[in-house]
Design a protein around this ligand. Structure first.
Ligand code: C2E
Ligand code: CA
Ligand code: CA
Length: 823
């Protein structure tokens, strides 16, 4: 789940729940207030109604007071003579009453009652003669009797159920004729006005608005007047009882089969104004409020959520997205993305950290790039960078149709320097060479570089002792040659390392674009091939890539393929060349020399394939095969009863460096059951020095097991006396190049003499190889050589031939030669 919905999920309920609660409370409060207000309004309506009725009552009471004081009425009641009273005064009184009625049409009846309650006189507008239950009169009068009040009134139902106000006044007069002035007035009768209240209904209908009904109810719960057309609807008597007790308060009950609130006001003892407010009406009036409240709440909620979302975005999400983008850009190696977010809060701090991180990353990225693109020893661009640069420059050259040249440089015999003088000297030498190469290019080279932004020369170290130079924008072919010669000359000067002077040379191969290829890898490869050619052409020179070279390379490739197949198809054989002991003239050893029986070319000599086998690593399986084959042969000779002859095996320095030679030998010897006395090994001096542990341990072991160790090609390497002393060897083999003219050249003779003297001082036997003639033999014998090997005594022969030689079957024995030419 993303951060935004997650935060919203947490935050929104936290905010919304209290908000809902709060708004519910507010709503409830509001609702209550609104309800109360409604009830208050209803109350006001009732109050107004009550006032109106009261004012009717008051005006009727005032009128009755007024009527009661009319002199005619007084005279009528105080007249003692019945005749005068009824015959003379009554008609006038009736007229008076009629005039009252005209003035107050609501006064349905004006009556005069005698003190005993009998009706004495009456004017009426009622159709019926007894509109009113006469019992009401009696009730009124009995109330009168109790209260002693001057005026009394009551609300009653007419016989038709209509509401009427009956007001009565006690008529107390003193008879001016008979009564003394001090005597109290006596009760002469009652004046009673029946006031019809039907007109109130109109008023009530007006009040009726927004209400169920407005009623006037008499005790004990009979509706006297209703704002509704149907008078009969009456509140539940039980409710009425409660209403009476709780004057002015609302009570929930039922009206016309629906829930309704009732509110009552006592207008008069025995008359109540009642308002009916059906619940659905109240609810309806609340509905607006509910809708308004809900809309407000919804609006607030929406705004709140929007604010939260907005706040979230501004405060967190947008910054996080920005940082995320920045990190992604960092991941893609772009460290200069503007992050912004300059804020004084945690996000601002985080952004600052990111900026710092970007800076650090950029720095380390540059460092990594530098490391990735530069050679750590010399600081020059490495193969990787060179290749990229060359590819770019080549693109430019293809577009601008310009030539360029590659100079592939390899230091001659660098390996020997490294092996004999140690890696630290080798490293120093490489650094110096790098400096000189850079210097060569910085110096004006006779070339004119074009625009300032044009590609410039580059020197790179490809690895080991191999360097490469790119010369872009070549105007003349000779330019590259001039540079190459300058480099060769520069390299020829002595290098002073550890206070000693060293002389090194180098070989350079040159390839051109477009003549020798238009692809970076191909050009490098061709320059490399040209360099190899320079090596094989005697080193310390430069060579140009040619098609002939390409062919040679192809041949070499073909040879490699053939060599692989030869191993698989067992096309190798071992030949054996005898070594003759001069003291006895006997064959004391044979050197195993490998031959390749090529199906098309016939016998191929090792000089043609051993270097390639070493280069490609094929020497390892081949070397293993040679060791095994040699041991097998030694066993055969052992079985044939040929003793006292050692079989010498040449061990390549590649094999020595990469395989446990001792274990291989021991295994094969064990397998064929031969003793160490039957085996010897030939190492070159250089291979001894580069072997792990400098070969000292290996030699010790070999000799411990009776295996003879011979140092091959002696005199050609960086020989040192120290090495000879350290390696507990059996013999030295003087290289063919010294033997070749030992009988003709005083120098060679001197060297051979020195080597023999040296070997003797270390108690080593000396064997001369490549002895081809008897003069050489005589000379070597005179110089004190112990053994000889060479065509004079026989070339390397196949196993069968050499076995015959041992057994004395063949012709020409070495002993014969020795006897004749060695004195
Ligand atoms: P090397 O170890 O110095 O072997 C002696 C070489 O001198 C042999 O050449 C041999 O045939 C040659 N030779 C002997 N007597 C004469 C002579 O009187 N005149 C001339 N001109 N040459 C003579 P080959 O067999 O062609 O071997 C050449 C090199 O190949 C060997 O030099 C050795 O370095 C390598 N090689 C030969 N066989 C093996 C092998 O089985 N294993 C390894 N690792 N290298 C071998
Ligand atoms: Ca050898
Ligand atoms: Ca040799």
């Amino acid at each position: 789940m993303k951060l935004q919905p997650r935060i919203l999920l947490i935050l929104v309920p936290l905010v919304v729940a209290p908000l809902l609660l709060l708004s519910w409370v507010a709503y409830a409060q509001l609702r209550k207030t609104a309800e109360e207000k409604t009830f208050q309004q209803v109350d006001t309506v009732l109050d107004q109604l009550a006032r109106q009725i009261q004012s009717e009552l008051q005006s009727t009471e005032a009128n009755i007071q007024l009527f009661a004081n009319s002199p005619l009425l007084v005279r009528y009641l105080t007249t003692a003579s019945a005749t005068e009273r009824y015959a003379l005064i009554q008609p006038a009184l009736m007229r008076l009453f009629h005039s009252y009625q005209r003035a107050y049409p609501d006064y349905g009846e004006i009556r005069l009652l005698l003190p005993n309650g009998d009706e004495d006189a009456r004017v009426t507008t009622f159709a019926s003669t007894t509109p009113l239950d006469r019992a009401a009169d009696a009730a009124l009068l009995s109330t009168f009797a109790k209260t002693q009040s001057d005026i009394d009134s009551m609300f009653v139902h007419g016989n038709g159920g209509e509401l009427m106000l009956v007001v009565a006044k006690r008529l107390l007069f003193r008879d001016p004729a008979s009564d003394p002035t001090t005597a109290p007035p006596t009760l002469r009768g009652y004046l009673v006005i029946t006031h019809q209240l039907g007109a109130l209904r109109e008023q009530m209908v007006q009040y009726h608005d927004n209400l169920g009904a407005v009623l006037l109810v008499t005790d004990p719960g009979r509706t006297a007047l209703s704002s509704e057309p149907d008078v009969a609807t009456t509140p539940d008597p039980a409710i009425f009882t409660v209403l009476k007790q709780r004057d002015g308060q609302h009570v929930l009950g039922s009206y016309q089969n629906a829930a309704a609130y009732f509110l009552a006001h006592r207008v008069h003892p025995g008359l109540y104004a009642v308002a009916v407010l059906p619940e659905y009406l109240l609810r309806e009036s609340m509905q607006g409020l509910t809708t308004a409240a809900a809309s407000i709440l919804l609006a607030v909620l929406v705004i709140t959520v929007l604010l939260i979302v907005f706040g979230l975005r501004v405060l967190f999400l947008t910054p996080i997205a920005t940082l995320n983008q920045a990190v992604r850009a960092f991941g893609q190696g772009n460290f200069i993305v503007p992050i912004g977010l300059q804020r004084h809060d945690e996000i601002g701090t985080l952004a600052e950290s990111f900026r710092r991180m970007a800076k650090n990353l950029q720095r380390s990225n540059e460092q990594i790039r530098h490391v990735a693109y530069h050679d750590s020893l010399t600081g020059l661009p490495n193969r990787h960078m060179f290749r990229e640069y060359l590819a770019n420059v080549l693109n430019d050259s293809i577009r601008s149709k310009q030539r360029l040249a590659l100079l592939y440089l390899d230091v001659d015999n660098f390996k020997q320097v490294n092996d004999t003088l140690g890696h630290h000297v080798g490293d120093k030498l490489l650094k110096e060479i790098a400096k000189r190469l850079t210097h060569c290019l910085r110096n004006e080279t006779g070339r004119i570089d074009a625009a300032p932004d044009a590609a410039v020369d580059m020197v790179a170290r490809l690895g080991g002792d191999e360097f490469i130079v790119l010369l872009p924008h070549l105007y003349e072919s000779q330019d590259a040659d001039i540079v190459a010669q300058r480099i060769l000359a520069e390299m020829a000067g002595p290098f002073t390392l550890d206070a000693r002077d060293f002389h090194v040379t180098s070989s350079i191969g040159i390839a051109y674009y477009p003549e020798n290829g238009s692809d970076a890898d191909l050009l490098i490869k061709h320059a490399d091939i040209a360099m190899y050619h320079a090596k094989s052409s005697g080193k310390n020179n430069r060579q140009f890539f040619t098609d002939a070279l390409r062919q040679a390379t192809d041949t070499r490739y073909q040879l490699e393929q053939d060599l692989r197949r030869a191993l698989e198809q067992n096309q190798f054989v071992l030949h054996y060349q005898p070594q003759v002991e001069l003291a006895s003239g006997r064959i004391r050893g044979v050197e195993a020399l490998v031959r390749w029986c090529h199906p098309l070319r016939g016998v191929v000599l090792p000089d043609e394939f051993i270097p390639l086998a070493e280069e490609t690593g094929l020497i390892l399986p081949l070397g293993r095969w040679i060791i095994e084959q040699a041991c097998r042969q030694a066993r055969e000779w052992q079985d044939a009863g040929i003793d006292g002859v050692r079989l010498y095996v040449n061990i390549s320095n590649v094999q020595l460096n990469r395989e446990p030679v001792w274990e291989l030998l021991a295994q094969s010897m064990q397998r064929f059951g031969i003793a160490g006395a039957r085996i010897g090994v030939e190492f070159t001096e250089t291979s001894m020095l580069t072997a792990p542990g400098h070969g000292v341990e290996l030699i010790r072991r070999l000799r411990e097991h009776g295996i003879a160790v011979s140092l091959d090609d002696f005199g050609t390497g960086y020989s040192s006396l120290n090495n000879l002393r350290r390696f507990a060897l059996d013999s030295l083999k003087i290289d063919r190049s010294f033997v070749f003219d030992v009988h003709q050249s005083a120098d060679s003779a001197a060297i051979v003499a020195a080597i023999i003297a040296l070997a003797k001082s270390f108690n080593l036997a000396v064997i001369a190889e490549g002895v081809e003639n008897t003069q050489q033999l005589t000379h070597l014998a005179a110089l004190g050589c112990d053994g000889v090997q060479g065509n004079l005594f026989g070339e390397a022969l196949c196993a069968d031939d050499i076995t015959e030689l041992f057994l004395g079957v063949g012709s020409g024995s070495p002993a014969e030669l020795v006897r004749r030419y060695v004195s």
